[in-house]
Design a protein around this ligand. Structure first.
Ligand code: IMP
Length: 203
C-alpha cells in the first residue's frame, strides 16, 4: 500500500529512508505541519496528528512522534521535548541535571498510521540510556549529542552514523515494526476478492 510520511524534520526522513530500504515500501514524504495537541500522552499526540494529516491529504498517512524521558525529572521533557529543545535546548537540559548522578533516560517513538482500509494502527519503539555530562558529536538532531544508549559502546547518538543509530534507536524499533506490518498486508488477498468457487457456477 502506498503511503505518505508526514514530517517537516529532514533528519527523520533520512533515518526512515535508511530503515525502510530492505522493505521496498512505496511512500512519499510530505512536509506538512500537523497540528500537535498538548497532551501528556505521546500516543494521543501521534493519533491526533495522523488523523489531522489524513483529513487534509486523504491518502494513507504515517506520522511519528518522539520524546526524551529523563528519570530524575520524572519523565520530563517527554511529550514537551520539542518545546524544551526549542527553548532551553541541550545546554538547558544539561544544566537541569547538573550535579545529578542519576542520569537514566529513554527515548520513546510512536508511529501512527491511518488508512480507511486498515483503520488506525500505532507502533512503539523505546531505547534506554543515560544523559551524558557534556554534548558530544556532530551527527543527528535534537538531543542526540547528550543521549548515550545503553546498548551502545559509550558514544552518544550524535557520535554514531545513521546506520549505527538506527540499529538501536527508538525510531529504528518502531519503524521496523511498522515496516514489517505494512509489508505483511501485501501478502494478503484483497478483501473484496471472493475466492469461493461456488460464486463462479453458472445455473
Ligand atoms: P518530535 O515531536 O517527534 O519531532 O520530537 C520532539 C523532540 O524530541 C524533537 O524536537 C527532538 O528535540 C527530540 N527528539 C525526538 N527524536 C529524537 C532523536 O532521535 N534524537 C534526538 N532528539 C530527538
Amino acid at each position: 500500500m502506498r503511503f505518505i510520511i508526514v514530517t517537516t524534520n529532514k533528519w527523520k526522513v533520512r533515518e526512515f529512508q535508511e530503515i525502510f530500504k530492505p522493505y521496498n515500501l512505496r511512500y512519499r514524504v510530505e512536509p506538512l505541519k500537523t497540528r500537535e495537541i498538548q497532551s501528556v500522552d505521546l500516543k494521543e499526540v501521534a493519533i491526533e496528528s495522523v488523523l489531522y494529516a489524513y483529513n487534509i491529504l486523504r491518502e494513507p498517512v504515517m506520522v511519528e512522534d518522539a520524546g526524551l524521558f529523563i528519570d530524575a525529572l520524572n519523565g520530563f521533557p517527554g511529550p514537551y521535548s520539542s518545546y524544551v529543545y526549542r527553548t532551553i535546548g541541550v545546554k538547558g537540559v544539561l544544566k537541569l541535571l547538573e550535579n545529578l548522578q542519576d542520569r537514566k533516560a529513554k527515548f520513546v517513538s510512536i508511529i501512527a498510521f491511518y488508512s480507511p482500509f486498515t483503520n488506525l494502527k500505532t507502533f512503539t519503539g523505546e531505547v534506554e540510556g543515560r544523559i551524558s555530562y557534556e554534548a558530544r558529536g556532530e551527527s543527528g538532531f535534537g538531543f542526540d549529542p547528550i543521549f548515550i544508549p545503553i546498548d551502545g559502546d559509550g558514544r552518544t547518538f550524535a557520535e554514531m552514523n545513521l546506520e549505527e543509530k538506527n540499529k538501536i534507536s527508538h525510531r529504528g524499533r518502531s519503524a521496523r515494526k511498522f515496516a514489517e506490518w505494512i509489508s505483511s498486508l501485501r501478502k494478503l488477498p484483497p478483501p473484496y476478492v471472493d475466492m469461493s468457487e461456488e460464486k463462479n457456477e453458472v445455473f
